[in-house]
Design a protein around this ligand. Structure first.
Ligand code: ADP
Ligand code: MG
Length: 247
């Protein structure tokens, strides 16, 4: 379980996260949804040790942290720009991450790296360098690299927003399958993506959580779906007066 209590963060005089409170259960897929600048990436950076915080508490299971989360292989982040090493092949990118995590057995490293590349459908591309792979394939390598470390928690920051719609749709479905038993926090500004993926949808506006809802998982393109989408749209834009909706 991840528990965030009274989290605050400012950059200089500007408060970008204002009293964030959130619980994410084991196995839960949580989507943070908000427009640009609402504070989504800052939350993920704090959770994945890339940024400190000013006050509040963050708990991973029973470990409690104040001001800075230590780096751990248990928590992996995947960004929009895949951050692969251009001078390493797809396979070597994953092997490198495994070595850095402390694994020493070469055969084991090779087996794990190949297994996860196969899982994301890239077995036949393992010897290619990132510049010979498409955007979708690079993101698959980044996903395989994160999963190969067998983290408890996976953070994803708009991982599919640079991809074309078909590749994006495929990866959305695959990600859901690959992360079945993990805690996931997935950041997006795309309402359809949030409704497709989230068990829980957390809506941020100007550094505050303004609504947290269990996803009713309506069938896409039905009246209920459109109604939900339009309420979420208003919430994202800070029009919070008329949220007397059933959610
Ligand atoms: P989002 O991911 O929702 O677009 P961010 O978390 O990236 O939002 O940013 C939230 C706010 O914090 C923005 O106003 C942004 O300009 C500001 N911000 C983010 N990182 C920094 C930084 N390192 N220094 C100063 N301001 C920052
Ligand atoms: Mg962002």
């Amino acid at each position: 379980m991840i528990e965030i209590k009274n989290l605050r963060k400012s950059f200089g005089d500007i408060c970008v996260l204002d009293d964030i409170n959130l619980k994410i259960n084991n196995g839960e897929f949580c989507v943070l949804l908000g427009s640009s600048g609402s504070g989504k990436s800052t939350i993920l950076k704090i959770l994945s040790s890339l940024e400190s915080f000013d006050s509040g508490e963050i708990k991973f299971d029973n470990e409690s942290f104040k001001s800075q989360i230590p780096n751990s292989k248990e928590r992996q982040i995947i960004m929009q720009h895949y951050c692969l090493m251009p001078w390493l092949t797809a396979l070597d990118n994953i092997k490198f991450a495994l070595k850095c995590s402390g694994l020493k057995n070469k055969k084991l490293i090779d087996d794990i790296a190949k297994k996860y590349l196969s899982l994301v459908g890239l077995k036949d591309k393992m010897n290619l360098y990132p510049n010979s792979l498409s955007g979708g394939q690079c993101q698959r390598v980044a996903i395989a690299r994160a999963l190969a470390l067998d983290p408890k928690v996976l953070f994803l920051d708009e991982p599919f927003s640079a991809l074309d719609p078909v590749v994006r749709a495929n990866l959305q479905t695959e990600l859901k399958e690959l992360t079945k038993n993990k805690q996931v926090i997935f950041v997006t500004h795309d309402i359809d993506e949030a409704i497709l993926l989230g068990d829980k949808i957390v809506i941020l506006h100007a550094g505050k959580i303004i609504k947290e809802l269990q996803n009713p998982k309506f069938t896409p393109n039905t009246p209920k779906y459109f109604e939900l989408k339009s309420v979420i749209y208003k919430l994202i834009n800070g029009e919070i007066e008329n949220i007397e909706y059933m959610i």
